[in-house]
Ligand binder design. Structure first.
Ligand SMILES: [Zn+2]
Length: 80
């Protein structure tokens, strides 16, 4: 199981920009890998929260993308 490979794809998976074949592979991995599935949920929550914060505040820029990538690299270290 190559979690690091799939974690790199999760961001695109959330955005829905993966091709069908790759998305199916990611889905299959998420179905059998609890840590990666948990990270997807985290990522999804962060992205949703960031969108809400942006729409509520308008003028303030939160470093949300940076937080996401920090969390992802932390997760990678844990899984490795
Ligand atoms: Zn995994």
């Amino acid at each position: 199981m190559d979690c690091a490979k799939y974690l790199e794809l999760l961001s695109d998976y959330c955005d829905g920009t993966l091709d069908d074949e790759t998305r199916a592979l990611v889905q299959m991995h998420l179905g059998e890998c609890l840590p990666c599935d948990g990270i997807l949920h985290d990522l999804d929550t962060i992205v949703r929260t960031a969108v809400i914060l942006r729409s509520e505040t308008n003028s303030i820029t939160y470093p949300d993308e940076q937080i996401i990538w920090q969390r992802l690299s932390l997760s990678k270290q844990i899984i490795h």
